[in-house]
Design a protein around this ligand. Structure first.
Ligand SMILES: C=CC1=C(C)c2cc3[nH]c(cc4nc(cc5[nH]c(cc1n2)c(C)c5CCC(=O)O)C(CCC(=O)O)=C4C)c(C)c3C=C
Ligand SMILES: [Fe+2]
Length: 470
């Protein structure tokens, strides 16, 4: 065992009213017996249960919390407690359940750090080889997310005469909220000509899993684009996320090769109402209007592929879009505050819409200033990205900031690694097309792009995406 851990089933629940903790047969396993102190850290003294009364009231409001206790009974409150605990400040010993109705790393609370990797399958890989790789990845990920080494024996417990099974840099580190999420790229389903279907999956291709269209202003670099498989590793400790990708890449040796990868820091979204809204490198709060895990109906409508959608093997999964967006921050930093706010459509301090109110007030796009001009410009980012401009479409954003050194002109190679999960790729396509008129585009370049089908949750004893092969 790498170290002690605490398992949170958070968003592994299903949408049919089943209790979150019971949805996948997993209940929280306190690695330390649950007596590890006040998780809320606010001195309210709730031990092991994972949340303080103050946090619960913060989530639901005092009246609602009381009503929940009275009307729904202890089980619902227990779920709320577990959810609130999982969504609070990072707890290094936190571990999310790997098995469940959905893969972790989508609606689970966004962690602080990311290592994302896209792989190409090696030319010699056949169907059995692919199944073997997915099985090995699943087994390793199930251990890593629980704070364990990649294999029994690990870094120093094996033979002196063989390379260690685990690379070792996470020895002594707790689970750190690690989630590992797998996705399948279009290339896995053949080239579309039937001749190159080496995995025998062409007939099972999700009809919507097409390469994304070219968007206005795209400056895509092939080396940062595409991939047959992807792994998103998120954790609250960068070393834990990097260790996961390093070991999973190592396991893939001879079967799949790293095509591109991206490190991220400072999440640019919240996926839970209990998380504070973070900021992107333009200095603005990002993630305010994100789909949050507590919005069960919205998550079902906009994020998960439904059992009634095609193909059936993808039910409970999602489509992941990844975009490496370079931000020309040296130019941005010369823009006046008022203009920055006009370009975004929100205030830089509080993140409130320019039509008034506070951060979580709905923007009023019809509100006008004294001159009769709209308070939120029609070309503002939030005006163009808002569901009202996109036929009601929403998506779950899960992006990260990045700074990868500098370019030859002495500008930071910095930006936003945009990740979004949606029930259909069309949701991203519609919003990205709408953003063609975005005033922010002067300061942005999309340089990397990929789309993946993310299979649903993994049951104990199964490998990721097993339904695709049966
Ligand atoms: C195609 C989807 C989107 C891309 C690409 C994108 C890039 C991008 N966004 C910001 C900064 C902000 N975005 C905000 C809101 C927002 N953005 C999108 C979609 C994309 N953004 C959506 C759907 C929304 C929510 C709109 C709404 O419902 O109101 C905000 C405001 C705060 C918030 O709600 O999150 C900011 C700030 C940058 C810098 C960027 C590219 C680098
Ligand atoms: Fe945005």
């Amino acid at each position: 065992m790498r170290s002690s851990r605490r398992v949170f089933p958070f968003a592994q629940g299903v949408s049919d009213g089943t209790e979150t903790a019971g949805a996948n047969g997993n209940t929280r396993r306190g690695g330390d017996g649950g007596g590890d102190g006040d998780v809320g850290g606010d001195g309210d003294g709730v031990e092991g249960g994972g949340v303080s009364r103050r946090q619960l009231l913060g989530l639901f409001g005092a009246g609602a919390a009381g009503a929940a206790v009275g009307a729904a009974g202890g089980a619902s409150v227990a779920t709320a407690l577990a959810n609130a605990s999982a969504a609070g400040a990072p707890d290094p010993s936190r571990a999310y359940a790997f098995h469940g109705a959905h893969q972790a790393g989508i609606t689970t609370p966004a962690q602080d750090r990311l290592h994302f990797a896209a792989f190409d399958t090696d030319a010699s890989l056949d169907r059995d080889g692919l199944i073997g790789l997915l099985t090995d990845w699943t087994n390793a990920a199930a251990r890593l997310t629980q704070g364990l080494e990649v294999e029994e024996g690990g870094a120093v417990g094996g033979s002196d005469y063989a390379p260690p099974a685990d690379t070792g840099e996470a020895q002594g580190l707790p689970a750190s909220g690690l989630t590992i999420t797998f996705g399948f790229g279009s290339g896995l389903f053949g080239a579309g000509d039937g001749a190159s279907d080496r995995f025998g999956l062409a007939a099972r291709r999700p009809p919507l899993l097409e390469p994304l269209p070219r968007f206005q202003g795209d400056a895509l670099v092939p080396e940062l684009t595409g991939g047959d498989l992807c792994i998103q590793a998120c954790a609250d400790d960068p070393q834990v996320a990097v260790h996961a990708i390093r070991n999973l890449s190592r396991i893939a040796f001879g079967r799949a090769t790293l095509r591109w990868s991206q490190l991220g820091f400072g999440r640019t979204s919240s996926t839970s109402t209990a998380q504070a809204t973070p900021r992107n490198l333009f200095g603005f709060k990002d993630g305010t209007a994100n789909v949050k895990s507590e919005e069960q109906a919205a998550v079902d409508e906009h994020v998960w592929v439904a059992a009634s959608d095609e193909p059936a093997w993808l039910a409970g999964g999602s489509y992941l879009v990844a975009r490496r967006i370079r931000m020309i921050i040296e130019n941005w930093d010369r823009v006046q505050l008022g203009e920055q706010e006009q370009l975004v459509g929100r205030s830089k301090g509080a993140g409130a819409p320019l039509s008034g109110g506070t951060e979580f007030t709905e923007p009023d796009f019809s509100a006008e200033g004294p001159t009769g001009a709209p308070l939120i410009a029609p070309t503002a980012h939030v005006a163009l990205a808002h569901p009202s401009a996109n036929g009601g479409t929403r998506m779950l954003r899960r992006g990260y900031n990045f700074v990868d050194g500098n370019d030859a002109l002495g500008r930071l190679d910095a930006g936003l690694f945009f990740l979004s999960y949606q029930r259909s790729p069309q949701q991203f396509i519609d919003v990205q097309r709408s953003l063609a008129a975005d005033g922010l585009n002067e300061y942005l370049r999309h340089v990397g792009s990929a789309i993946f089908a993310v299979p649903g949750g993994i049951a104990e004893g199964e490998f990721v995406g097993q339904a695709l092969f049966t």
